[in-house]
Design a protein around this ligand. Structure first.
Ligand code: NI
Length: 137
């Protein structure tokens, strides 16, 4: 199998906090991400798919088509949005990068599979120093 990765970027606001914790507890665990008046990140999303080569094109996937799918299914819902409030697939979940990666996987997988290929990894960089990878289980 060959692996192909497409990068897309989005900027979004969020806040990590628990209602049942004090501001001090939230600050201790979630640090700056718990600030009450929101804050944002410039996220970088890497979607890696895998599959066999199409003998006609020499491609695993038409990367333009993959980019369009990611934009239509994911980044249009996330870019310049509030992850705690605006995103259907994060409703009721902590707006962590981990949950974001799982949610993006679940949103994309059926459409990727319909192309006859497979999702391999959702990687999201929240900052230059922190990133999350999800491989589907
Ligand atoms: Ni944050």
């Amino acid at each position: 199998m060959i692996y192909v990765t497409r990068r897309e970027r989005f900027s979004a606001a969020h806040r990590l906090f628990r209602d049942d914790w004090t501001d001090e507890q939230n600050l201790e665990i979630f640090d700056k991400c718990s600030y009450p008046n929101w804050h944002g990140h410039n996220y970088v999303l890497y979607v890696t798919v895998k599959g066999d080569l199409n003998p006609e094109t020499g491609f695993v996937v038409n990367i333009k088509r993959l980019s369009k799918i990611i934009k239509e299914k994911i980044t249009v819902k996330l870019d310049h949005r509030n992850l705690n409030i605006d995103v259907d697939f994060l409703k009721g979940k902590m707006a962590s990068t981990e949950n974001l990666a799982i949610g993006i996987w679940d949103e994309l997988e059926p459409t990727i599979n319909a192309l006859g290929i497979y999702l391999h990894c959702i990687k999201i960089e929240e900052t230059e120093n922190n990133f999350v990878e999800y491989f589907g289980n």
